[in-house]
Design a protein around this ligand. Structure first.
Ligand code: GCU
Length: 615
């Protein structure tokens, strides 16, 4: 098989085109794409004022793509990808589920990516911009090919000199990136430091101070003179030591609206993260429960945010753990525009060493949401590595995320995995079914050898790879499971911390009753004794043991499946991923042995099946 490992799911396209705007790009990319498709004829035409949508018809022997300013480009990729995947490309008028389909880079200007597992940043190095324009164009193409239309280009934890991205010191550099990505329909967002006014000489960053307001107004005037289509700002405030309005005894509506008003004349948006919690929590204090934090900080502010503010809420109430319920904030704040934030970077899900295909998880979240948030966002899993994502197969997450952005609830994780395989490895790849099963099984396998049943935080502190059951237990981050010799978990019902009561009544009822609470979330909501009887009659303890043995076996199966595929894979890709599957097996064994031992030592109860548990 001939395949350029740098080229993600578009290996047939070669280097991306240069063009002045998305429609010109659509024409250029269509011409280029057709060169790889013998005997196919196609045209693209613009339907002005019709935005992101498109349709594809066939007239005699020619495909006709018709779409709006960006829609024409999306339509061209739809045509090319469908033909390469062996699907019929014809489609009725097709529009995305979310108007803003965003990615957040957590790239620092040093070049290091926070929680990055695919090498350094492809934007920066040594505290300055340092990139290959051709690679940024390839990136733009990848984004546009799945309809992603905005990226934030720096870490939400804004470290100097990235705080100056919004000043004349670095704006000309931002403009260059914006210019490269604009023809792909991608707009930029800048993560800003709330304390910038102070760093730049003012006495305060208090949002109600007129000098602060004037500061941001002037800054926005400068920014938009340079990058007129900047989407807006992204802000992490009063979170994990970042500055914010609480420092001045202002609430987050006051804090956000001040910035929103500076952006408003330029039609800019203010994206405000709700990842706000007490990260200096005394473990002896049972009155604080971290998952309650986002709701407590924001729900009461509904209706007080300006109309160009978007609250960005992580999918779960904790922090991208392997299994969490949907954040209760999505069921509240009806008058407030929200974006749901996922994490493609596999911070808690195996660092792009372990295989973890996320689409089934997203699908579950979508199914649990009653009202869709208006927008969608994800932390990227990308870096300078040749294959973009560290693990070659982690590309499937970026691809599927784009499809989720476009299709929303209608996305079919399995169908998208199949399509990604066909595009990446070829339509007639003989191992497609095996690879598809690997991707589809990967989440459950990982979950089984990880922390059990929604318990969370048994991971090694700081790095977040590998097991350490008490690593976070006595720390200050509010990340407890409170296991002892009798029981494990936190009671989050009304008799406990009351977290479950943040949900609508029927959901609260469902979660609070161990009979109706989804099994996979039992230990998220309940504190249970080890002899608690699960639905199938096993004890909780036995279930924990079984899951860990099964998860580790699953990881071994992934390795042996990959080995079977060797004859059908390009050698470089085979060898690269083989190394990752071997490391995954080692990791899964560690999790199995350390977690099982942890519970065995507490309880003194051996595995019913007599398997070896280390002690
Ligand atoms: C997690 C992650 C941090 C990140 C934070 C955030 O806590 O570990 O690295 O900064 O999330 O989302 O802001």
């Amino acid at each position: 098989m001939k395949m350029d490992p740098r080229l993600c799911w578009l290996p047939f396209m070669g280097p991306a085109c240069e063009a002045s705007d998305p429609f010109a790009m659509a024409q250029a990319e269509l011409a280029l794409g057709l060169a790889s498709l013998e005997g196919v004829q196609a045209r693209v035409s613009l339907l002005p004022g019709r935005g992101d949508g498109y349709e594809i018809k066939k007239e005699q022997d020619t495909y006709l793509v018709q779409g709006g300013e960006k829609g024409a480009l999306y339509g061209v990729y739809h045509l090319l990808l469908s033909l390469h995947a062996g699907e019929c490309p014809l489609t009725k008028w097709n529009e995305p589920a979310f108007p803003l389909r965003m990615l957040n880079h957590w790239d620092n200007m040093t070049g290091k990516v926070e929680r990055g597992y695919a090498g350094d940043s492809f934007f920066y190095q040594d505290n300055r911009f340092d990139y290959d324009p051709a690679r940024i164009r390839q990136y733009g193409r990848m984004l546009a090919s799945v309809g992603i239309n905005a990226i934030s280009i720096n870490n939400v934890n804004v470290h100097a000199p990235a705080d100056r991205l919004v000043t004349d010191q670095l704006l000309p550099e931002v403009k260059k990136i914006a210019d490269i990505l604009r023809p792909f329909g991608v707009r930029l967002i800048i993560a800003v430091d709330y304390a910038l006014p102070v760093t730049m000489g003012l006495k305060t960053a208090d949002p109600l101070d007129p000098a602060v307001q004037a500061f941001w107004k002037k800054q926005c005037d400068e920014i938009y003179a340079c990058v007129p289509d900047l989407l807006g700002f992204l802000v992490k405030a009063d979170s994990e030591f970042r500055p914010g309005p609480y420092m001045y005894k202002r609430d987050h509506a006051q804090g956000a609206n001040m910035l929103a008003r500076a952006l408003k004349p330029h039609r800019g948006m203010l994206i405000w993260r709700c990842f706000v919690y007490n990260c200096r929590q005394d473990w002896r204090d049972h009155s604080i429960d971290r998952p309650k934090a986002a709701y407590e900080n924001y729900a009461w502010l509904d209706g007080q945010f300006d109309d160009n503010v978007i609250l960005q809420v992580k999918n779960g109430p904790y922090d991208f753990q392997v299994r969490e319920p949907v954040s209760p904030l999505f069921y509240a704040m009806e008058k407030t525009e929200k974006a749901i934030e996922f994490q493609l970077a596999q911070e808690y899900t195996g660092h792009q060493i372990d295989l973890y295909y996320m689409a089934p998880m997203w699908k579950e979240v979508m199914d649990d949401l009653r009202v869709m948030p208006k927008h969608i966002c994800a932390v990227t899993n990308l870096g300078r590595d040749e294959n973009w994502t560290g693990h070659h197969l982690a590309q499937a997450n970026l691809y599927a995320y784009g499809r989720l952005c476009w299709l929303g609830r209608e996305m079919d994780g399995k169908g998208e995995a199949r399509r990604w395989i066909a595009l990446t490895f070829g339509q007639h790849f003989p191992e497609a079914d095996r690879l598809l099963s690997m991707l589809m099984d990967s989440r459950e396998i990982y979950e089984k050898y990880n922390a059990p049943l929604g318990l969370c935080w048994m991971v090694t502190p700081h790095t977040h790879y590998g097991p350490d059951p008490e690593g976070y237990e006595f720390a200050l981050w509010g990340t407890f499971h409170r296991a002892n010799h009798q029981a494990v978990g936190i009671d989050r019902t009304e008799k406990g911390t009351g977290y479950a009561c943040q949900y609508p009544e029927d959901m609260a009822k469902m979660y609070q009753d161990t009979d109706t609470c989804p099994e996979k979330l039992l230990l998220f909501f309940h504190r249970l004794r080890y002899d608690f009887k699960m639905k199938d009659g096993r004890t909780l303890l036995q279930r924990i043991y079984d899951d860990h043995f099964e998860g580790a076996q699953g990881a071994e199966r992934l390795l042996s499946d990959w080995e079977k595929m060797q004859p059908h894979l390009p050698e470089a890709i085979y060898a690269h991923s083989l190394d990752r599957f071997r490391r995954q097996v080692k990791n899964a064994h560690d999790w199995r042995d350390i977690i099982n031992t942890y519970f065995y030592r507490f309880t003194g109860i051996a595995d019913e099946k007599g398997r070896k548990i280390y002690d």
